[in-house]
Design a protein around this ligand. Structure first.
Ligand code: ZN
Length: 283
């Protein structure tokens, strides 16, 4: 699912000729192009281009992707023939037409989003918003990589705890931030790491489109796999803007998730000690 296909004009024109023959399309055929690539492509058929699907004999679209556009049009206009120029196979991530430039096209998509939510993308404050928005995600979703260098634990066998580690993430359901504090602990067996690496681990798993439970589990499992610890505990407390700003408007609601492995799970005293540390710290 990661092949990127860049079509040339030759590819496009030979495909158009093939389709014209196959469907017997003449200069009198009325065609409608689905915005916006379908519209561009419809212009190359040398037919009568009509402004609405109702007036058309044939509806043209660029790519058959998920099939949702075709489904939508077939439902609205069941009698119209719907033709896509190219079909995307399951190995293909993206198809670029010769009239598209990748970065410009991505910004256009955000311009379109602004229009969809009823905004004027040309007003002063929004002019550079599409680029800023894409830059923001490009930066946020690419945190600096780090090496999980471990050291010999020597005689350390006490619980190592990092409290109040801030984290920021985007909820995958609404693309809104959720953020809070992490409480991370482990009991070393033979390996230890620098404390900053616990925070970095949380950062790397947070800076994706996520849900809080998954971050909690991923951080705990990752630390366990790297440290072969006697126990790992991860607790996250977070505020979710998608809950606070909309829907049930549960302002000030904190969501707490936890994952306890090894001794933290099996030994009640260890668990109590950790939860006590968190609790005391919070009050
Ligand atoms: Zn959400």
């Amino acid at each position: 699912m990661n092949k990127i296909v860049e079509l040339t004009w030759k590819d496009v024109l030979s495909r158009i000729n093939f389709i014209k023959k196959k469907y017997d399309i003449s200069s009198k055929t009325k065609i409608y192009g689905v915005p916006k690539n379908g519209m561009v492509l419809a212009g190359f058929f040398g037919c009568k281009n009509v402004p609405t699907p109702e007036d058309a004999d044939i509806v043209i679209d660029d790519i058959l992707d998920s099939g949702s556009t075709k489904k939508k049009y077939k439902k609205l206009y069941p009698k119209k023939k719907f033709i896509t120029l190219f079909n995307k196979d399951k190995n293909t991530k993206w198809v670029y037409f010769p009239f598209e430039k990748q970065t410009e096209d991505n910004e256009d998509t955000i311009v379109r989003l602004l229009q969809i939510i009823g905004e004027d993308p040309n007003r002063e404050g929004l002019k550079k918003t599409p680029k800023r928005y894409l830059d923001l995600f490009a930066e946020f979703l690419n945190p600096t990589k780090f090496d999980m260098t471990t050291f010999n634990a020597e005689k350390t066998d006490e619980m190592i705890v990092q409290l109040d580690v801030p984290f920021y993430s985007f909820c995958e359901h609404h693309l809104l931030p959720f953020f809070g504090k992490g409480y991370i602990a482990y009991i070393p067996d033979k390996k230890i790491v620098g404390l900053s690496k616990l925070a970095r681990t949380l950062e790397v798993f947070s800076r994706k489109l996520q849900n809080q439970e998954r971050i909690t589990n991923q951080v705990a499992d990752y630390l366990q796999s790297k440290l072969d610890a006697k126990g790992v505990a991860v607790v996250l407390k977070a505020r979710h803007l998608c809950m606070e700003m909309r829907g049930i408007k549960a302002a000030d609601a904190t969501t707490i998730t936890s994952k306890l492995l090894g001794y933290f799970r099996t030994d009640t005293r260890t668990r109590a000690e950790f939860l006590n540390l968190i609790g005391n710290h919070r009050n």
